[in-house]
Structure formats: structure tokens, C-alpha cells
Design a protein around this ligand. Structure first.
Ligand SMILES: [Fe+2]
Length: 316
């Protein structure tokens, strides 16, 4: 039986958190990303950004051919150092590779995933984390995606949370495929990855049942805790607990198209406040990965797919 989010959110109400981010969204909003963005045609999308004067810029960059055939495959390694005040000095230099939004499906090929996996393994990280959306529109892609990701789990420990596409199309099937590939799927659960360092994974915030308090109850109070949650804007809820050092998220794809001096004209719900990169939320940091894959319209501009290498630094 699904737990009641109302009761799960009650402790956060006491801390003054904006509960609009913590309760399930009404059906019309839950449909927003898939039904508004996924079904946007290329022509409609280009029409939207043309209102920003973007067409001129896009044309100068080589047009739609570049955006659909070149940039989506220009995978880049982003290196991010995150200083964590609670991190014991013996854990300084702990290295985490983050992959997100694989979206295995008609627009993301096996070799695209394999390239990201190979780049990740070559970095020899202490941990790999995957922050959701393994499939595009159908859980039938879960086995293929998990098969490509399996070398990660053979190389090091690999932890994952689910995303909105996974939960909408078959959370059990996607989680089962990842588990079979040796990847530990965390749905409101936490794991100790090194003495004193824990990682929690929340269920999807748009169409699942995230429960940060359930995660906190599994983690020693003196441990440093990292949290995986697909939707970055859920960070306001996570940060308000005062217990989490770093949240890792995806979901936004960085907007897929970013107009210089304007930004991303289209962003999904729960990725509009924190669309990409590193954010400082007081006690907590948030990193938002732009993703490996993409959704339709299958174009990227000024927003390359990424593999992220995060190095945790202890206080000086
Ligand atoms: Fe996604």
C-alpha cells in the first residue's frame, strides 16, 4: 500500500518547509513534463525559442542538424569540488561519478551509453551514482539500459534513484533491471559507502513517494549524508532537514537548449529554480547534472551532455 505523503510531510511542516514541494502534485501537473515537453514537436519548440530571438543564434551555430546530430553526442567531463564541513579528513578526496537521465530509447543509442560508462570507469571513482530517468517513454528499454550500465557495478559500488520517466512507465521493471545489473536502487533508503559516509536515495518527487525522514532515520546522526533525488527543486525540502551535506540531481537536462544571455526557454517542473550546475543552499550543496541522454525534441544547443566527477573535500 502506498504510504500517505501527508503524514510523511508532517515533521517538515514543523520546520516551516514549503509543503507545496512535498506533497503529490495534482494529475494535471504530474503530466506536465511528459505531456507538455515530450510531445512538443520540433517545430513548436523552435517556435517557442524564436520568441527569444534564439533562431538567429541557432542558425549561426549550424542549425538543426548540429543540434540534433552533433551536440547530443559531444559528451563532456565536468569536474566539481565540493567542500563538506562534516567530512572527516580521512575521507577528503573521495571521488564520485554522477550519471543522470540516460533516457535509453529511440534517440539514445547503446554506444552513447557505453561511452559515458567507459569515461566513468576510466576515472576510477570510489562510487558511481545514477540520478534517474533510465528509459524514455517505455520500461521496455530498461533491460537494454541496465545491460550497458552493468560494467559500472562491476568496477565499483553503484547506487541509483529513480526518475519520473521510470516511475511513470514501470518503476518495478526499471528497478529490477538495474538490480539485476548489480546497481543498488535506493527508494527512500540509505547505504553506508565508507565509514562515516552515507548515501540516501529518494523516490521520485513528481510521480513517486519521496520520504526524506525515512532516509534520515536509517543514518547515524554523526554521519555525513549525501542524497540522490531526481528533481533538483526538491532540494528546498531536503536542505530544510539540516542533515544533508550534498544533494545530487538531474531531470532538467540543463534545458537541452540554452540561448546565450537568455538561458533555457523550456525547463520541466521541479527543475526551474535549480536548472544546472552547483548551488549553495546554506548548509547543503546541490549539484544538477545535465544528463547523458535527452528527450524529444531530441536536440541540444549550448548544453552538452555530461559525466560529472565530484570530489569531496574535508574542511581545511
Ligand atoms: Fe530526464
Amino acid at each position: 500500500m502506498s504510504p500517505s505523503l501527508g503524514s510523511e510531510c508532517r515533521p517538515l511542516a514543523d520546520s516551516g518547509v514549503d509543503l507545496s514541494l512535498c506533497r503529490p502534485l495534482p494529475p494535471c501537473d504530474r503530466e506536465y513534463w511528459s505531456d507538455t515537453v515530450d510531445r512538443v514537436t520540433r517545430r513548436k519548440f523552435l517556435g517557442q525559442i524564436s520568441g527569444c530571438g534564439g533562431m538567429l543564434v541557432l542558425s549561426a551555430a549550424g542549425g538543426v542538424g548540429y543540434m540534433s546530430a552533433v551536440e547530443p553526442r559531444r559528451l563532456v567531463l565536468e569536474r566539481v569540488d565540493v567542500r563538506v564541513e562534516t567530512l572527516p579528513s580521512r575521507l577528503g578526496g573521495f571521488r564520485i561519478v554522477q550519471l543522470s537521465d540516460i533516457h535509453c530509447g529511440p534517440d539514445v543509442r547503446a554506444q552513447d551509453i557505453a561511452r559515458a560508462v567507459s569515461m566513468s570507469i576510466d576515472l576510477e571513482p570510489d562510487l558511481v551514482v545514477l540520478t534517474g530517468d533510465y528509459v524514455y517513454q517505455s520500461a521496455s528499454y530498461a533491460d537494454a539500459c541496465a545491460g550497458e550500465l552493468a560494467p559500472l557495478a562491476r568496477a565499483t559500488q553503484a547506487l541509483a534513484c529513480l526518475g519520473n520517466h521510470d516511475c511513470r512507465r514501470g518503476a518495478v521493471k526499471v528497478a529490477g533491471a538495474l538490480t539485476k545489473a548489480g546497481i543498488v536502487v535506493l527508494r527512500n533508503e540509505a547505504r553506508c559507502v565508507r565509514d562515516g559516509l552515507w548515501v540516501g536515495g529518494l523516490d521520485d518527487a513528481l510521480v513517486g513517494w519521496p520520504n526524506v525522514n525515512r532516509v534520515l532515520r536509517q543514518v547515524p546522526s554523526d554521519a555525513t549524508l549525501l542524497v540522490l533525488v531526481h528533481e533538483p527543486d526538491y532540494a528546498d525540502v531536503v536542505a530544510a532537514t539540516g542533515r544533508v551535506a550534498l544533494q545530487l540531481s538531474g531531470h532538467s537536462h540543463g534545458g537541452q537548449v540554452r540561448i546565450p544571455l537568455v538561458g533555457a526557454p523550456v525547463l520541466p517542473i521541479l527543475a526551474r529554480k535549480y536548472p544546472a550546475g552547483l548551488y549553495d543552499l546554506g548548509q547543503m550543496r546541490l549539484y544538477v547534472n545535465r544528463g547523458v541522454g535527452l528527450t524529444r525534441p531530441a536536440i541540444r544547443f549550448n548544453c552538452r551532455p555530461e559525466v560529472t566527477l565530484i570530489t569531496l573535500l574535508s574542511p581545511e
